[in-house]
Design a protein around this ligand. Structure first.
Ligand code: ATP
Ligand code: MG
Length: 295
């Protein structure tokens, strides 16, 4: 691979893959995803994609085998807390997908009344550093038992009293007689980068990509909202529009009392929002998706 190509590490297959590929696609980058392939080439820009197990991504980026990577914050923070690298990769930005929670779960029969209940107990987890950091913040002394997988069976096997694991629906915990009792860490996918200075060409490419990612992220919830309203209602409507800068006010032909209001709303527009706008005097309200946006 040429020195000048930007190398991006993403998960080969798993819960981060679809989101990572979708993000690149929204940035206008198409990657051919071969089944067993380790490399992908982007057609539109000098970018190479490395497809890896998610656990390897922080290390590949820290060691300069890749320039940037997409990884779950849970895995990245665990790696940072473990201090296995002198110069670990650094987080650049949150990416708004692969949301999940690292949660402490206890047997259903426990009447959990706070973290002090964990004093002297054994907690099984694949995230020992994050778990220890949380226990320390709670002022609790407990033994952390490291398990690579199937953490939720530990209490049944009497390896541990409680577990600390990634939870989405809670169904796996439930099936193992456990219930979530406290949130240890809230995670989502993040973009990380190598700490070394990039060559000017690479830096320019990185910045161009970052600009596109930010554009994709801001346009995700953003909507173009149009409506007609009495001229007198403009101040109230403008104030109410969620996350909008100054709207555009247009004359309506043959109706001097009314105007058309056009605005980009950067926050979610719900049905409630439309009902509220109607109460303020708006009519013919249209909400349109925004495909791309650049500040
Ligand atoms: P690999 O084979 O690459 O090592 P894995 O099995 O370790 O994959 P996945 O289960 O694909 O990992 O999860 C990758 C990341 O996705 C997690 O570390 C977490 O950040 C995120 N994630 C989002 N939702 C969930 C969920 N419901 N359960 C587990 N992880 C989730
Ligand atoms: Mg993994």
């Amino acid at each position: 691979m040429s020195e000048q190509r930007l190398r991006i590490a993403i998960q080969k297959s798993g819960r981060l893959s679809d989101g990572s590929f979708d993000l690149l696609k929204s940035c206008g980058l198409s990657v051919s995803r071969g089944r067993d392939k380790l490399y992908g080439r982007v057609q539109e820009m000098p970018i190479d994609i490395l497809l890896l197990r998610d656990d390897d991504i922080p290390e590949f980026v820290a060691d300069d085998a890749c320039d940037i990577g997409i990884i779950g914050q849970n895995v990245f923070e665990e790696e940072i807390l473990n201090e296995s690298h002198e110069a670990p990769a650094e987080e650049v930005m949150k990416l708004g997908f692969a949301h999940c929670r690292l949660m402490l779960a206890a047997p259903k029969e426990w009447c959990f009344d706070g973290s002090l209940m964990l004093e002297g107990k054994r907690i099984a987890t694949s995230y020992p550093a994050l778990t220890r950091a949380w226990l320390a913040r709670q002022g609790v002394n407990a033994k952390v038992v490291m398990m690579k997988g199937s953490v939720e069976v530990a209490p049944r096997l009497k390896i541990a009293d409680a577990v600390c694991d990634i939870v989405s629906t809670g169904a796996t915990l439930d099936a193992n007689g456990l219930k979530p009792v406290a949130t240890v860490f809230e995670s989502e996918a993040v973009l990380i980068r190598n700490r070394q200075e990039f060559s000017p060409e690479k830096q320019a490419m990185f910045e161009a990509l970052l600009k596109r990612i930010k554009g994709v992220m801001t346009s995700k919830d953003a909507k173009y909202v149009m409506m007609n309203a009495p001229r007198s209602a403009v101040p109230a409507i403008t104030e109410f529009l969620p996350g909008a800068d100054s709207p555009t006010i247009l004359e309506l032909a043959g109706n001097p009392e009314k105007v058309a209001i056009h605005a980009v709303c950067r926050e979610s527009v719900f049905w409630d929002t439309l009902e509220e706008l109607k109460k303020l005097g708006a009519s013919a309200i249209l909400v349109l998706p925004i495909e791309k946006m650049m500040a």
